[in-house]
Design a protein around this ligand. Structure first.
Ligand code: SF4
Length: 199
């Protein structure tokens, strides 16, 4: 596995539990694709097809150019990923245009810190790819069909850069990170058997 370029989902996971990312890079080939993960991927795919018929007004956008399933990679940042939906408002070549990042979420709960970091990471990747400012994004909750706006703040941007640096240090040093304070993520974690010290 290439430890110079991380995936956007690694950053999200790092906030949730850094050990999961550590296991992924330092103990490759142990992670099973669970039924739950496979179902989540299918829900995302279906939602993408529905999104093509949905109006941008849902996000408060009158006019925009949409790009679905956009593969993004930044060598400078050392991160790659696939964004569900990018919108250039009102268009990529319009003077003064901006871009907006949108992710689908298979959960009814408000986006936690890990989801916001994920969206901010896509914002940085998209800014570099399209050369347009990204100041905001949205989560679309698949179960409730509700939209949640997120401002891409300076603090979130700094957190993206810091998280990549922390990730790189952990993988290079191959030192197992501390477990999160809460044991809630451990309940359904597929790596439980490696964490005898905490569960
Ligand atoms: S069992 Fe808990 S501490 Fe260990 S990787 Fe899973 S979530 Fe993290």
């Amino acid at each position: 596995m290439d430890s110079n370029t991380f995936e956007v989902t690694d950053l999200k996971q790092w906030v949730y539990c850094p050990r999961v990312v550590y296991y992924r890079y330092c103990l490759p080939d142990v992670r099973p694709v669970t039924t739950l993960m496979a179902a989540g991927t299918a829900a995302h795919r279906d939602e993408g097809e529905r999104e093509e018929r949905r109006s941008l007004r849902l996000y408060g956008i009158k006019e925009g150019e949409r790009s679905f399933d956009l593969t993004l990679c930044s060598e400078r940042l050392g991160v790659r990923g696939r964004l569900d939906l990018a919108v250039a408002v009102p268009g990529r070549t319009t003077p003064g245009a901006e871009a907006v990042v949108i992710e689908y979420k298979d959960s009814e709960r408000a986006a936690g810190a890990h989801f916001k970091l994920q969206l901010a990471t896509y914002a940085l990747l998209l800014e570099e790819a399209w050369g347009l400012p990204v100041r905001r994004g949205f989560f679309y909750a698949i179960p409730t069909r509700q939209v949640e706006p997120v401002t891409i703040t300076a603090a979130l941007r700094r957190k993206v850069v810091q998280t990549v640096s922390d990730l790189r240090a952990a993988v290079a040093g191959e030192r197992m990170p501390d477990a999160p304070e809460s044991r809630r993520p451990c309940v359904s974690c597929e790596f439980r058997r490696f964490c005898n010290d905490v569960v």
